[in-house]
Design a protein around this ligand. Structure first.
Ligand code: HEM
Length: 502
């Protein structure tokens, strides 16, 4: 008995000494020891855990407060720095000519799809993977598929219009989830779930709920990388019991896997006009290790998740903001009626992009909805980055957040206001530089042309063809960003954006 007590005591003492020596190293000897920030954050990842896991995606707000206290560059955990300074963005999110930009392996775990482009850590490997898909998402490719996007938008508008006859309110958020899910699956897999045709847009609601559940667990997964693989390895009935929202994602993965396997067996014949993303990768002349089933499945999953949630979030936030600002709605409708004399008039995306007021509304919508708001860490594996008198050692993850950029009053005065006019003034080019919803540099959004086409077609059609009024929806309760779950996310109690169709 005495022996085992002594053993436990010895073990605890050794463990405490180990922790104390790690803390000492991180505080005084670590290459980041000289960077300002809270001592506790420098010592342990549990600091970040508290804000992002326990308080559910709230570290970005705390980081903002820490910048007020410690200055523009701070150490936010033992390994990572954060910058709040719009003038530093282009340096951190640099293009290929400036050198290499890795992702941070620890943070990349949050994607749970390790062989996808978005989760690829090394710069060169990412460049190779991105190169395989850049023409697939080019303006030319998106323009070729404009009729498909237009058809989905038209069907969505027709189904929203049906609520006029019933007089019942509807959740336009679900319509946007349906639209973005159909467009991205049709674009990448040449088949869709026809969510825009589903009753009450419940198809979109189901997928949005699953993808949102996945993003909500992303902070936990970052800390405990084994969680999702463990859930996926369980029988489906058990996974359903432990974490129900994972089930549609597992089912979705199984469907994609089937499509990949059929592509690899050459059983899917693509149209001449457009290959599926799997055919595009399968037919490329890259190394066979880049065409494994798991790799293709991961790429498909990441593209659908990245393409659906972000565009859906933009559309619901911006629609709310337009409807809650009658003066904006009036100017927008006036411009659309002039450009589209009848509700059936069809303009191309290139023509819609040239409408100045709509363009300003879209930019302000991006500013207020933030896009991906999580700090997107970039690592220069080779060179020291000089910033504000600090030498950031090679290999250090440095992040910035679109929320802190877009809410900076020195760039966007009165940032809380929704004011499209700020993008019609003479200094618009300067402002454009600080809009970072798609990020910048080597890893900026590859789907931005597709997102832009969806947004232009959806907003122009909705506000030309439909007469909508907000129903029991408030900014604070239902729309305002309250959580950083990688994507900017409203309060968990949000009921979505609801409207009456007049
Ligand atoms: C308003 C809509 C969108 C916003 C705000 C947005 C934002 C972003 C941002 C900020 C990143 C960088 C993420 C990082 O560094 O980890 C990104 C990457 C990415 N986005 Fe988007 N996105 C949007 C729409 C789309 C669409 C429609 C697609 C569909 C193709 C898409 C596919 C991707 C992919 C595949 C990546 C990874 C790129 C890479 O690693 O090189 N996104 N997006």
């Amino acid at each position: 008995m005495e022996v085992s007590k002594t053993a436990i005591l010895l073990f605890l003492t050794a463990y405490l000494c180990y922790c104390a020596s790690i803390a000492f190293y991180r505080l005084y000897l670590h290459p980041l020891a000289k960077f300002p920030g809270p001592r506790l954050a420098a010592v342990t990842l549990w600091y970040e855990f508290y804000y992002d896991v326990v308080l559910r995606g709230r570290y970005t707000w705390k980081i903002d407060e820490l910048h007020n206290e410690y200055g523009p560059i701070i150490r936010i955990n033992p390994y990572e720095l954060h910058i709040r300074d719009p003038s530093a963005y282009d340096k951190i999110y640099a293009g290929y000519s400036a050198g290499k930009r890795d992702k941070w392996h620890w943070s990349a775990k949050m994607f749970t799809i390790p062989t996808s482009m978005i989760a690829t850590v090394p710069h060169d490997h990412h460049r190779l993977r991105r190169g395989l898909l850049s023409s697939y998402f080019s303006t030319r490719s998106v323009t070729a598929l404009e009729p498909m996007i237009r058809s989905a938008v038209n069907r969505m508008c027709t189904n929203i219009q049906k609520y006029h006859e019933t007089g019942q309110p509807m959740r336009i958020s679900d319509a946007f989830a349906s639209l973005t899910m159909d467009v991205i699956t049709e674009y990448t897999f040449s088949s869709s779930y026809h969510c825009v045709d589903s009753k009450d847009f419940e198809g979109g609601l189901r997928f949005a709920a699953s993808f949102k559940a996945a993003t909500q667990s992303s902070h936990l997964v970052k800390q405990f990388g084994w969680l999702i693989p463990m859930l996926k390895s369980m029988p489906l009935w058990l996974a359903k019991l432990v974490f129900p929202p994972i089930v549609p994602l597992i089912e979705f993965e199984l469907e994609i896997t089937d499509q990949v396997l059929r592509t690899q067996r050459d059983e899917i014949k693509g149209s001449d006009m457009h290959l599926t993303v799997f055919q595009e990768l399968w037919q490329s002349d890259c190394d066979p290790s880049e065409k494994t089933t798991q790799r293709l499945v991961n790429e498909g999953q990441s593209i659908v998740a990245a393409g659906m949630l972000t565009t859906h979030h933009f559309l619901e936030t911006t629609t709310f903001l337009i409807l809650s600002h009658p003066e904006v709605l009036e100017k927008l409708r006036k411009e659309l009626i002039e450009a589209m004399p009848t509700p059936e008039t069809e303009l191309s995306v290139a023509q819609i992009e040239k409408l100045p007021y709509l363009a300003a509304v879209i930019k302000e919508g991006h500013r207020k909805s933030y896009g991906v708001m999580h700090r997107l860490q970039r690592v220069d594996p080779e060179k020291t980055i000089e910033y504000n008198g600090f030498a950031i050692p090679p290999g250090t993850p440095v992040g910035m957040s679109s929320k802190l950029m877009h809410d900076d009053p020195s760039i966007f005065p009165e940032p809380e206001k929704f004011e499209p006019e700020r993008f019609l003034r003479s200094d618009v080019e300067r402002l454009d530089r600080y809009l970072v919803h798609f990020s910048k540099g080597t890893r900026m959004c590859i789907g931005l042309n597709l997102a832009n086409a969806e947004i232009c077609l959806a907003l122009s059609s909705i506000f030309r063809r439909l007469d909508l009024e907000l129903y029991e929806t408030t900014w604070k309760e239902d729309v305002e960003t309250a959580h950083d779950f990688f994507a900017a996310t409203p309060r968990q109690t949000s009921k979505g954006v609801r409207v009456l169709v007049k």
